[in-house]
Design a protein. Structure first.
Length: 83
């Protein structure tokens, strides 16, 4: 079973050409040199691919990849879907 972190990491690699070696749960989007515009793009992809809407005010470039994966899991649980 794939975790949400794994799904987010896969999106970063396949959709945004991030080097898989740079992705870890504790890495921030700033560490990856990604700004707030990138984060908005990622959240749009998350909504399309995973079906979860994360408010752009809830996530920031200073957040870690693990934190954003947790936010997605929380939204899935709130919607009554399995994480």
């Amino acid at each position: 079973m794939t975790t949400m972190y794994d799904r987010v990491a896969e999106l970063l690699v396949t959709r945004f050409d991030v080097d898989a070696e740079e992705i870890r749960p504790d890495v921030t989007f700033e560490d990856l040199e990604m700004d707030s515009l990138f984060l908005v793009e990622l959240l749009v992809v998350v909504q399309t691919e995973i079906g979860v809407s994360i408010n752009e005010d809830t996530a920031s470039p200073r957040d870690t990849i693990g934190h954003v994966a947790d936010l997605i899991d929380q939204q899935l649980v709130a919607a009554g879907e399995p994480a």
